[in-house]
Ligand binder design. Structure first.
Ligand code: ADP
Ligand code: MG
Length: 437
């Protein structure tokens, strides 16, 4: 059994950086099941230096995933020690391992494991959210990670609007966004066709070369393993061979050699492209929910001021000024909240959606309250007149609809004004925040 880096390739030079990142010493993993004891790993010792690109190969059941789970601090060895970057992680508690995992390791899975109803951007932001990184910085870093995998254009797509290869690239961006020194990938190309597999591999090779990220990749395909700088073959829980490959296949070159893409395999990308061409892409992405709540707060405040004004100054109901103040207040809060969450002012489509949805919700609430509080107090005769046959109040309905649309437009304009550079600079006196590079 090989125990050391390059044991099979003693005549090959050592890797550029010989600083050890991963050190497994006599690691065994046993599972107790009804069928008896399963020895998934037996006395495995291996050390991996920073900057290596290692492929772990083996037949099904040979112990590859068990090894990855231990390397990824998802599981601990039954016996033996595991040290990562000089830290003894094998012996740590669950919480201790979770911290190491969060700081040092990015994961890529066969099934991508993306949240399906969430945009690429939000998926990539997630690990930062777990770390408590503020919203503005989250967005900047997630955008940068998506740029690194050439998916900046698809930021606001959800996984079902992306092809398999694009989804795996989003998953890679998510693994990268915390700048981990180690990437672990368990069969990352298992669900992908040859062309897309090489695309993903070319990306991993570039990250390994340009950023010096250490990569451990599990695969059962020899074409994929040929792209790594070192291949560890696992069999029955033991390391069968450990070989350095001085001239690994360059995945980008292999990709160029392949015949041009077939209609079918490019389908996903094409669908997404035509989506963009037809303008279906939402430019500013989802509206932060808290902007709506901020607007509700503004409206409530405006209503309160209005009631006080009515009671104290006018002594009667029906003042226009406080209502307008309420609108101004809510738009101000909403625009401010949106800019704070996103790190830049709301985009035009976000303002439009916020204004429209918010107006519809407030209208529904007011209509409900009116139906519940006001109508029962009206004399029956006036109600009858409204709904009398042949006298359906289409005119009233149309007027109400126009009124609601005018309200939405007013809110849109106010949101635009409060997010504008003019307002930020000359009224609020704040320099506009730089948007993501
Ligand atoms: P691979 O990923 O190479 O296909 P695994 O590491 O998943 O192999 O599994 C190695 C061996 O350990 C297999 O025999 C498998 O059945 C067994 N095994 C894996 N996980 C468990 C578990 N949680 N409980 C019992 N046996 C397991
Ligand atoms: Mg497996």
């Amino acid at each position: 059994m090989e125990t050391r880096t390059g044991a099979n390739g003693a005549d090959h030079p050592a890797p550029a950086s010989s600083e050890v990142l991963i050190e497994l010493t006599r690691v065994s993993k046993e599972y107790r099941s009804e069928a008896g004891l399963v020895r998934a790993l037996r006395d495995v010792s291996v050390s991996i230096a920073r900057g290596e690109f290692v492929a772990i190969v083996g037949t099904s059941g040979s112990g590859k995933s068990t090894m990855m789970n231990i390397l990824g601090c998802l599981d601990r060895p039954t016996r033996g020690t595991y040290s990562l970057g000089g830290l003894d992680v094998g012996g740590r508690t669950n919480d201790g391992r979770a911290i190491v995992r969060n700081r040092l390791i990015g994961f890529i899975f066969q099934g991508f494991n993306l949240l399906s109803r969430t945009t690429a951007l939000e998926n990539v932001e997630l690990p930062l959210q777990y770390r408590g990184v503020p919203a503005g910085e989250r967005r900047v870093r997630a955008t940068r990670a998506l740029e690194a995998v050439n998916l900046a254009e698809r930021m606001y797509h959800t996984p079902n609007q992306l092809s398999g290869g694009q989804q795996q690239r989003v998953a890679i961006a998510r693994a990268l966004v915390t700048d981990p020194p180690l990437l672990l990938a368990d069969e990352p190309t298992g669900n992908l066709d040859t062309r897309t597999s090489y695309e993903v591999l070319a990306l991993l090779q570039r990250l390994n070369r340009e950023r010096g990220i250490t990569i451990c990749l599990v695969t059962h395909e020899h074409d994929i393993a040929a792209c790594a700088s070192r291949v560890i073959v696992v069999r029955d829980g033991r390391i069968e061979s450990d070989t350095r490959q001085d001239e690994p296949i360059d995945a980008a070159a292999a990709l160029a050699q392949l015949p041009p893409p077939q209609e079918a395999s490019a389908g996903g990308d094409r669908a997404a492209d035509s989506d963009a061409a037809h303008g279906h892409v939402l430019r500013g992405g989802p509206v932060p929910r808290s902007a709506g709540f901020a607007m509700a707060g503004g409206l409530a405040l405006g209503a309160l001021v209005g009631l006080l004004y009515d009671a104290v100054v006018l002594g009667a109901v029906g003042a226009t000024i406080p209502v307008l103040l309420g609108f101004v207040g809510e738009a101000w809060w909403g625009a401010r909240r949106g800019a704070k969450v996103l790190g830049h002012p709301l985009a035009a489509d976000q303002r439009a959606r916020l204004a429209l949805v918010y107006t519809l919700i407030t209208t529904a609430v007011i209509a409900f309250l009116a139906g519940w509080l006001v109508f029962p107090t009206l004399p029956a005769s006036s109600f009858d007149a409204w709904v009398a046959p042949g006298r359906l109040p289409w005119g009233i309905a149309l007027a109400l609809l126009l009124f609601v649309l005018a309200l939405a437009l007013l809110r849109y304009l106010l949101l635009t004004f409060f997010g504008s550079g003019f307002f930020q600079r000359y009224v609020a006196g704040r320099p506009r925040r730089a948007s993501a590079p």
